[in-house]
Design a protein around this ligand. Structure first.
Ligand code: XUL
Length: 598
């Protein structure tokens, strides 16, 4: 195949690389699994290090550097011919930041192809050489150490609604703005030694470019710093995050943000042409966040939804309606001006389901069993909402082994029954009403999908004669292969045409990046990403229907359950909601740097 395109996905637990041809078909893929490949060296668990006392979650930047050289080596071992690669793009886990030193540009520009990236860019464990980073770690999206900073962000624009209106999201612990604010409070000298701050996506782009790459127009909206409607940094929020060092200092650390998601930042660094044989003309096309990249793996139409079932669960839609709300996220679309990405992001996705799977398996003879068979059988043999007859109470639960983002509550499990006339009553300890753990299997899937349905209702439209629901539901990520999950997705969320799964490769996010690279290099003047993809899209071989969507009666039954589900969330928030507190930015000792709106 003549022209080829390389896409990356640098996520919490792995770095994946995928090469596609201009027909979008997958040619080669390889991955580095952080725990399996580097767990012992870096002491990481599930890709990260933690400091539970402060709620910190972070990853060593050195790990990312080693993974880049290793994934390229593995792609080559798989038969990749890098001399055919015309364009590279990539995706990074969102919100994470990398802090570069004042030597970074020089080091990036003068890499010696005979040495590894790690040898040349890392400062050494004891800082024995000049390194490219002012801080050895990148805060991870699971970090929850920034409660004070989050409050200061919401307060700077008055409240969470105003912040969501301006930046697409209320303040979140993991968002880069609050993270940067905490970083310079905790590490003032490292902040002073920082020349540039990149996201994980633009960090990866910088390595391939050989100089510090700009943030992309979509991933930048995961920072609580970008004024979406006006397309520029938000002055008041920059002033807050910049603190005593000032707004101009932070502005220059963050750099400018090109509007065109298909823009080439330039050609590949000579390190990669010499060491791996890429042509010197290979274009580096804006790298974006992992969620924005995932929506590029499909020609997503309005009312189509993607459910990404990985470590986190995310729900993604592409829409031209900008209706921000503190309950969810609006981000700039990664390729198409005027479109937005609607996103819900849950911390308790796959891990919460695994807890119940393990509890069910532990009561079976082979207690080490990690298979989903018993979980799936329990989920599909239980009737919707645990009702035998329409008049029976509905079983509704919330399962958050970790603190949750949607809604913002501390860890906990809630098992209740609900009737529209009588409301909620606790089913805890009532084995007849709620046999644990068997009933949990269906209840957790229903709960996860009811939460998605409740929050996306305003964005879906009637489908012909059918009630408002997605046209199609696409499942991606590890959980997409699970038949019970697909079945329940269709029952609860509907889907006029059904529930579908991507058939091309296991990683939608890296594919989306490879497609973006192809579009960036091969698009005709003014050609939109959606049209580019549609023309090359081979529906029959790229997607497969895995479950029915809308089922008359069942969909409406879940519609009735929504009221009970929303009431249950209020119970959880009352019992374990994240404290709002009254602490404002002045408590951080940063009030001098804050410019408040009039
Ligand atoms: C999105 C989020 C996660 C990460 C996971 O807001 O925090 O989905 O992007 O990689």
């Amino acid at each position: 195949m003549a022209d080829q395109f390389l896409g990356f996905d640098l996520s919490t637990q792995q770095l994946k690389g995928i090469i596609v041809g201009s027909d979008l078909k997958l040619l080669v893929e390889a991955k580095v699994d952080f725990d399996a490949d580097f767990g012992a060296k870096y002491g990481i668990h599930k890709g990260v290090l933690t400091n539970p006392d402060e709620g910190e979650v972070f990853a060593p930047v050195a790990l990312f550097l080693e993974a880049i050289d290793l994934v390229l080596q593995r792609l080559k071992e798989q038969g990749a011919d890098f001399s055919k690669v015309q364009g590279i793009s990539g995706a990074g886990m969102q919100h994470g930041t990398v802090f570069w030193s004042h030597d970074a540009e020089h080091l990036l520009k003068n890499l010696d192809a005979g040495k590894t990236l790690l040898e040349q860019l890392e400062g050494g464990a004891k800082g024995e050489r000049k390194g490219a980073f002012s801080h050895p770690f990148s805060p991870n999206w699971q970090d929850a150490s920034t409660q004070k900073q989050v409050e200061a962000f919401d307060a700077t624009l008055g409240d969470a609604h105003n912040l969501a209106q301006a930046t697409g999201s209320k303040a979140h612990h993991r968002f880069s703005g609050p993270q940067i604010l905490r970083f310079h409070t905790k590490y003032p000298s490292a902040y002073a030694a920082t020349s540039r701050i990149t996201l994980v996506s633009s960090f990866l782009a910088s390595i391939f470019l050989g100089r510090i790459a700009p943030m992309d127009i979509s991933d930048v909206t995961g920072a609580n710093l970008w004024d979406i409607k006006n397309g520029r940094w938000h002055e008041d929020l920059l002033a807050l995050a910049g603190g005593p060092n000032g707004i101009d200092d932070l502005r220059s650390k963050l750099g400018s943000v090109p509007e065109d998601g298909g823009a080439s930042f330039g050609t590949i660094s000579s390190y990669f042409t010499q060491r791996y044989g890429f042509p010197s003309s290979t274009q580096i096309v804006a790298f974006t966040g992992d969620n924005p990249s995932t929506i590029l793996a499909l020609p997503l139409r309005s009312s189509d939804a993607i459910v990404s079932l990985g470590t986190s669960t995310t729900f993604l839609m592409s829409t031209n309606a900008y209706k921000p709300d503190p309950a969810y996220h609006f981000m700039n679309h990664p390729t198409t001006a005027g479109l937005y990405m609607f996103m819900l992001c849950y911390k308790n996705g796959g891990l919460a389901r695994e807890h119940i799977r393990d509890a069910i398996n532990s009561s079976s003879p082979s207690s080490e069993d990690k298979s989903w068979d018993a979980f799936n059988a329990a989920a599909t043999s239980t009737s919707p909402l645990g009702q035998s007859a329409d008049s029976d109470p509905m079983r509704l639960g919330l399962f958050f082994p970790r603190p949750e983002i949607v809604p913002a509550v501390k860890a906990g499990v809630w098992r209740y029954t609900y009737t529209p006339s009588g409301g909620l009553s606790s089913a805890e300890g009532k084995a007849d009403a709620w046999p644990v753990p068997q009933a949990d299997a269906r209840a957790i899937l229903e709960s996860q999908f009811l939460s998605l349905r409740s929050r996306s209702q305003a964005l879906v439209e009637p489908q012909g004669k059918l009630p408002a629901q997605p046209r199609r539901v696409y499942l991606v990520g590890g959980g997409a292969a699970n038949a019970a999950i697909a079945e329940l997705a269709g029952q609860v969320l509907g889907g006029a045409e059904g529930v579908f799964k991507l058939e091309i490769g296991g990683n939608a996010c890296a594919l989306g990046s490879a497609y973006k690279a192809a579009w960036g290099v091969q698009r005709k003047e003014g050609e939109k990403f959606e049209d580019f993809l549609e023309q090359r899209w081979d529906e029959k071989s790229f997607v497969r229907k895995v479950a029915e969507g809308y089922r008359e009666g069942v969909f409406e039954r879940y519609g009735e359950a929504l009221k009970g589900f929303e009431a249950l969330e209020r119970v959880a928030i009352e019992e374990k909601g994240e404290g709002k507190g009254e602490e404002l930015a002045k408590d951080l000792g940063l009030d001098e740097g804050i410019v408040r709106p009039n």
